[in-house]
Design a binder for this molecule. Structure first.
Ligand code: SF4
Length: 378
């Protein structure tokens, strides 16, 4: 059983800790017979004694309940092109207000954002913005969406969900970049609040997840199936290819056939290049030829929209019509070129609809990455 309502009614879920609005009481935990509290937010199921924090470091036991300690605190804000998340079929060309907090519920040795995701330093969280302030800022800055990114929003679920709700009231969409490592009930709450997600499918191999990420593959596959079958969230998938670890023909073939049969051929799949980082330096940077080989395997498996990322590959970065082969959206890194869609988001040559979320015209944000300061310095 998971406790949704605390036994102490003086501290309802979502209430700030005494004098600290950035520390809130949270759901998704239950007491164990040995006196510890088990966090039921992600499949890691941390069992905490008084004063202990979970692996994500931002959820903590104090007294007879669990708390999130990073509510309304961020490692910084930046306006990015939406293609950088990456999302290629969701409001192309538009700016997205991106932010993260600190901490992560996986422990990937090759993490490409380790300075934030693995941070245990509170000074990483120098910027502060409550959900309504974030939504106001996104509107003021002309951003069409807000992205929970840099570290996994599963670890700061309550802050992400409240921000998504505030954004929805203002007509701003919400996007998550996540590993999808989350338990059933909180999964419904997180994805029920979102408009789009890019989920990392780190490998198609339990050994990889266990050895290199400290997690398991099955919950991630369940998250992908849940999003497609039970929600209206626009989904794209990213697979970071690491030479010798997750890039064999057999593994890629199995992954792509699973995506095609379980999720559908129209789900965009991004193969991106790894560079040595954090605690993992035993593999060389991913060559472009590996990404192109993966893309060919995915196309062979029947997937319609397969992209290469972190390399200069205009063909692999662009969108092509499944009906007639026409160039629909030309990309050079994150900059858009030719636009071959009509006002309904269909190929202007043959009329075949492109799956995704499109408007009559693309945005014109370009490839810029613009750091912004929102509210107050800690
Ligand atoms: S969310 Fe954090 S505290 Fe909860 S189980 Fe996962 S890693 Fe542990």
């Amino acid at each position: 059983m998971t406790y949704s309502n605390p036994s102490d009614p003086s501290t309802p879920t979502g209430s700030p800790g005494a004098g600290d609005p950035h520390r809130i009481a949270v759901d998704y935990w239950h007491p164990l017979d040995d006196g510890r509290l088990q966090c039921d937010l992600c499949p890691r199921l941390c069992k905490l004694h008084e004063g202990q924090r979970g692996l994500c470091f931002v959820r903590e036991r104090q007294g007879d309940r669990l708390w999130l300690t990073s509510y309304g605190r961020s490692s910084g804000f930046c306006i990015d092109p939406i293609e950088k998340k990456p999302l290629n079929h969701f409001l192309p060309g538009t700016p997205v207000l991106s932010f993260g907090t600190a901490g992560c519920n996986l422990a990937c040795k090759f993490c490409q954002n380790w300075d934030m995701s693995k941070s245990r330093e509170q000074d990483t969280l120098a910027e502060r913005a409550m959900p309504a302030e974030l939504a106001d800022a996104a509107l003021r800055l002309g951003c069409r969406s807000v992205a929970f990114t840099y570290n996994d929003p599963v670890s700061f679920l309550e802050y992400a969900v409240d921000t998504a709700a505030a954004c929805r009231e203002q007509g701003v969409r919400s996007v998550a970049v996540t590993a999808g490592y989350i338990c059933d009930r909180p999964r419904e709450r997180l994805f029920g609040a979102l408009d789009a997600a890019n989920v990392d499918l780190k490998a198609f191999d339990e050994r990889f997840y266990y050895k290199l990420c400290g997690g398991h593959l099955k919950p991630v596959l369940e998250t992908l199936q849940y999003i497609v079958r039970e929600t209206r969230v626009w989904l794209e998938i990213t697979c970071l290819l690491i030479p010798g670890e997750n890039d064999s023909d057999a593994e890629l073939d199995a992954l792509c056939h699973w995506v095609a049969s379980e999720l559908g051929a129209d789900i965009p799949l991004h193969f991106t290049a790894y560079h040595p980082d954090w605690k993992f330096h035993s593999a060389p940077p991913t060559p472009g030829s590996t990404l192109q080989r993966a893309r060919a395997i995915a196309r062979q498996a029947g997937l319609h929209y397969v992209y290469t990322g972190n390399v200069h590959d205009p063909e692999g970065g662009s969108t092509w019509c499944q009906g007639c082969g026409a160039l629909l959206i030309e990309r050079d890194w994150y900059r858009l070129g030719h636009w071959g869609l009509d006002a309904r988001g269909a190929c202007s040559r043959c009329g075949q609809r492109l799956p995704g979320v499109f408007e009559a015209r693309p945005g014109d944000w370009g490839a810029r990455r613009q750091p912004v300061r929102l509210v107050t310095q800690a």
